[in-house]
Design a protein around this ligand. Structure first.
Ligand code: TXA
Ligand code: MG
Length: 328
């Protein structure tokens, strides 16, 4: 059975693909330099971009990092789930996992299959998203198989991911907690639990980083998750409506079928992120719809940024901004 094979390969310092509630992860023992090298190699991931380590619960986190009162309070509410903590690492975690940093990213996934693997192997598992570096994150087993092709390791199929975007990354190594990557758990969700202010990134001002320069703050590279077809991102609806699209070379993705009049959409290749525009539905379908659009092999994928003042779309806008090549 796939499950047993997977457990065996992880115990042998080999790698395999596991489903999680956020996106699929490319997993290997976080205690094994050999396994971690395989992850970096297969992803083509820059050596300066550290990995997330997955554990069953906050108690098991203590064997690999120094937890604190804040992580404890947050884990009580959000673990298992889509919240990753950055905490000071313990020596058992090899430097290669954290790209030489003294801190480690750690999360407890809620997906039943991932948890069964964690239980059975009884080792912390490093698992970055199971996509080649800078490509779209996978939200289905077939996404992973299509991307890695003949090099694809064993994939445990756990269906399509519940959230569809990667976990929120929260830095807890300084007195004031700081969100490094927006995700399903919001700043407000976190503040409501710890009753203190949390800093976050201004996603609308992220510098573009093409991977050639060292990263001072990992997880904050603007260029990421991109499809092959360039994305032309419209920051305002007005600019989008004024634009002269070409029916043969442009594909348009809208929030939902009623977000622009049927009359306007006539004649264009149009895809939709969701049925009704609810943020959780848009997030769940985001990478899938971008892949579908990419597979149509047009010249441009055209998107409109969700309203910047609607915080419920911030994590989605973050991914869209990182995926886009042209901003209008
Ligand atoms: O939802 C998720 O988090 C998925 C699933 C599989 O768990 N994993 C994931 O991993 O998205 P990855 O490697 O694609 O993203 C990890 C992010 C990167 O942005 C990395 O730079 C950041 O976490 N990160 C890891 N360790 C860090 C550290 N010590 N300090 C700051 N950022 C760190
Ligand atoms: Mg990733």
């Amino acid at each position: 059975m796939h499950f047993d094979k997977c457990v065996k390969s992880l115990l042998n310092n080999d790698i395999c693909v596991l489903p999680s509630e956020t996106v699929y992860g490319l997993a290997g023992s976080a205690l094994s330099t050999e396994a971690i090298k395989k992850i970096y190699r297969l992803k083509g991931r820059p050596k300066n971009n550290p990995l997330i380590v997955h554990v069953l619960d906050h108690q098991s986190a203590k064997s690999i990092c120094y937890t604190n009162n804040i992580s404890s309070a947050l884990a009580l509410v959000f673990w298992p789930g889509a919240l990753t903590f950055i905490l000071p690492k313990k020596d058992c975690i090899p430097d290669i996992v954290t790209a030489g940093l003294k801190s480690v990213a750690i999360r407890s996934p809620s997906h039943a299959l991932f948890r069964s693997v964690l239980k059975k192997t009884n080792i912390p598992l490093a698992a970055p998203s199971a996509n080649p570096s800078n490509k779209l994150s996978p939200t289905n087993a077939s996404d992973v198989i299509n991307e890695f092709g003949v090099d694809c390791p064993l994939v445990l199929d756990g269906g399509s991911c519940k959230y569809g975007i990667e976990s929120t990354v929260l830095d807890l190594t300084n007195p004031i907690p700081k969100i490094l990557r927006l995700g399903p758990i919001t700043k407000l969700d976190i503040e409501n639990v710890i009753q203190t202010e949390v800093k976050d990134v201004n996603i609308y001002e992220l510098p573009i980083n093409d991977g050639s320069k060292p990263i001072s703050s990992p997880g904050q590279m603007a260029k990421h998750y991109a499809p092959k077809t360039p994305i032309r991102l419209f920051l305002q609806v007005d600019e989008f409506l004024k634009f002269n699209f070409e029916q043969n070379s442009d594909i348009i993705i809208l929030s939902h079928p009623l977000s622009l009049s049927k009359q306007w959409q006539k004649g264009f290749s149009v895809l939709y992120f969701s049925e009704g525009g609810r943020p959780e539905d848009v997030a769940r379908n985001l990478f899938k719809v971008l892949r579908d659009a990419d597979n149509l092999n047009k010249k441009y994928i055209n998107l409109i940024l969700f309203p910047q003042n609607k915080k419920e779309y911030s994590a989605i806008n973050d991914r869209i901004l990182r995926a886009s090549t042209i901003r209008i």
